[in-house]
Design a protein around this ligand. Structure first.
Ligand code: IYR
Length: 223
């Protein structure tokens, strides 16, 4: 079929699988993702930078509003900056946990995770990856470009990032120290970028433990 286009289009032929193989692949992929857990106990073992870059490349394949790719991933490896991030995060978290900033309802919702204001893992891990959302773009002349569906786009990219790390046997945590403005300052990011998620990246500690969570059954998540 000869469609008329006003912009460049190219053929796209995603791989098709026999029906029996489709479900098998879907099951394997689901089971793989089902083995992923958010980790708070990390090893300080080094992780090749290439693996972090590959996870960011995977994130960068995410669909985004108007294909604007409104994300930036800042990779922090040097111990001094990781220490600064830990200290700033813990200042905020102490206000949350010990200063009463978390509402009783929020505290109750978190109780089973046994989280505290101790964020020492931010110094243990070899890499911190800070994802920033570009609220708007900036042209070379300084004028602003409106961005569309920024939250949705960056959220999907972060999902791909997490899945890519898991595929490599690496662990992470979607850490959102609240408020996160200090991350923009420490990372020296411009005003159009808003800190979105802070990802500690490394190997899970050999003695890591995670809360014994149960995922909702399909019947509950299918509407
Ligand atoms: N940001 C805090 C609190 C926290 C909030 C949620 I929602 C969590 O799922 C886990 C923790 C912290 O990192 O401890």
């Amino acid at each position: 079929m000869a469609r008329e286009h006003s912009h460049p289009f190219i053929p796209y032929r995603p791989t098709r699988y026999p029906e029996a193989e489709m479900a098998e692949r879907g099951r394997r992929f689901y089971e793989h993702l089902d083995r992923r857990r958010s980790v708070r106990f990390f090893s300080d073992e080094p992780v090749p930078r290439e693996c972090v870059d590959l996870a960011v490349m995977a994130a960068n394949t995410a669909p985004s509003g108007a294909h604007q790719q409104p994300w930036k991933f800042i990779v922090v490896g040097d111990p001094e900056t990781r220490k600064r991030i830990r200290e700033a995060a813990e200042i905020e978290e102490r206000q949350n946990y010990e200063g009463g900033r978390l509402t009783p309802e929020w505290r109750e919702a978190l109780a089973h995770l046994e989280t505290t204001s101790d964020k020492s893992y931010l110094e243990t891990v070899p890499w911190l990856v800070v994802c920033f959302a570009e609220k708007y773009g900036v042209r070379p002349d300084g004028s602003r470009v409106k961005h569309y569906y920024v939250n949705e786009s960056v959220g999907i990219a972060c999902g791909f990032f997490i899945a890519a790390l898991h595929e490599m046997g690496l662990s992470t945590l979607t850490h959102t120290p609240n408020p996160m403005a200090f991350l923009a300052e420490i990372c020296g990011r411009p005003a159009n970028e808003r800190p979105y998620i802070l990802f500690p990246v490394g190997y899970a500690a050999p003695d890591a433990e995670v809360p014994d969570l149960v995922r909702k059954p399909l019947s509950e998540v299918l509407g």
